[in-house]
Design a binder for this molecule. Structure first.
Ligand code: PRT
Ligand code: ZN
Length: 285
């Protein structure tokens, strides 16, 4: 049987989470990421480990059928591949920053300035769209040092917490894109490869849905039962069972992480008691 080939980052910010995601999807690899490739047990999958910069091209060329990469690399490389899933981890943004002491009133201030970056394609496209002519200076690393050593007046780089900017005396002035880990796929997969991708995505989505949701159990006073059920609609509708003690019911449901705290507050107002919240291992969506 043919194996699906997936490219993931060899070592870096995406590696650990990507391997963990495969593991939670029931895919055990026969060796660690120190190797160049490994073969999965229990699923016809082969993993190849690459630098993240190279992944879009390998997927376009079909050397790997799919890959996990930062959306920023996907956008920068401009390869003809399809973005098939967003994974929600390794989130960051790509922003323009200038020295802290500089007065900044808007994009016009960047006119004819020199901007250092490792992401020239994304930056040039943005500047062109906004009618700004600047000198884009490509650096492969340590971009945030550029202003202090006098090789650029501004930078365009990845920002996460923002502490790297602060420690280099810079301030973020424009956010150009948001990024997260994404799955990209070759555009010319055959039927068997497509069906393996669909199987893998199904597992990945079940893992993601489980981590985005919690199982909740609570005791509800019958007089507020209807309102409580409205607050926690669940996957279909909540399970409701009478309690031995009169006037109370036990309610079981699934809650989204996003609305979690506001729902809990509302449930308490409605007199819910004994609220238990339990992590979900897998959720078949
Ligand atoms: O060796 P290889 O080429 O594979 O790896 P790499 O060094 O190019 O990439 P790596 O491992 O650093 O990052 C991989 C991907 O993680 C990036 O392409 C982004 O999609 C994502 N990501 C998420 C980040 C960050 N967060 C991040 N904080 N990538 C880089 N950073 C760097 C940033 O460049 C800056 O120097 O962290 C610093 C900023 O962090 P804060 O928290 O101080 O703002
Ligand atoms: Zn890289």
């Amino acid at each position: 049987m043919e194996k699906l080939r997936i490219a993931i980052q060899k070592s870096g910010r995406l590696s650990e989470k990507s391997l963990e995601l495969l593991k939670e999807a029931g895919i055990t690899l026969n060796n660690g990421s120190r190797k160049l490739r490994s073969v999965a047990r229990f699923f016809p999958l082969e993993v190849i480990y690459l630098r993240d910069d190279d992944i879009p091209q390998y997927v376009e060329d079909g050397v790997a059928h799919i890959g996990i990469v930062g959306e920023n690399e996907f956008a920068e490389k401009g390869c003809d591949v399809e973005l098939i899933e967003r994974l929600g981890y390794s989130r960051c943004r790509l922003s323009i920053a200038v020295p802290k002491a500089e007065v900044y009133n808007g994009l016009e201030d960047l006119q004819n300035k020199r901007i250092a970056t490792s992401y020239p394609v994304i930056l040039e496209k943005y500047l062109a769209e906004h009618g700004i002519r600047a000198d884009v200076h490509v650096l492969s690393g340590s971009v945030e040092l550029a202003p202090s050593i006098g090789i650029a007046e501004a930078i365009f780089d990845i920002v996460s917490s923002g502490s790297t900017l602060i420690s280099n005396g810079l301030k973020e002035v424009e956010t150009i894109m948001q990024s997260e880990a994404v799955v990209i796929a070759n555009r010319n997969l055959d039927g068997e490869q497509k069906s393996l991708v669909a199987d893998l995505l199904f597992r990945i989505r079940s893992v993601m849905a489980a981590s985005n949701n919690k199982y909740i159990l609570l005791n509800a006073p019958n007089e507020n039962l209807e309102q409580i059920i409205k607050v926690i609609p669940g996957m279909k509708s909540p399970t409701v069972m009478p309690l031995a003690g009169e006037g109370w019911s036990s309610v079981h449901s699934v809650l989204s992480e996003k609305t979690f705290w506001s729902v809990i507050d509302r449930l308490k107002e409605l007199g819910a008691q004994g609220i238990l919240v339990i992590p979900i291992e897998k959720m078949i969506v």
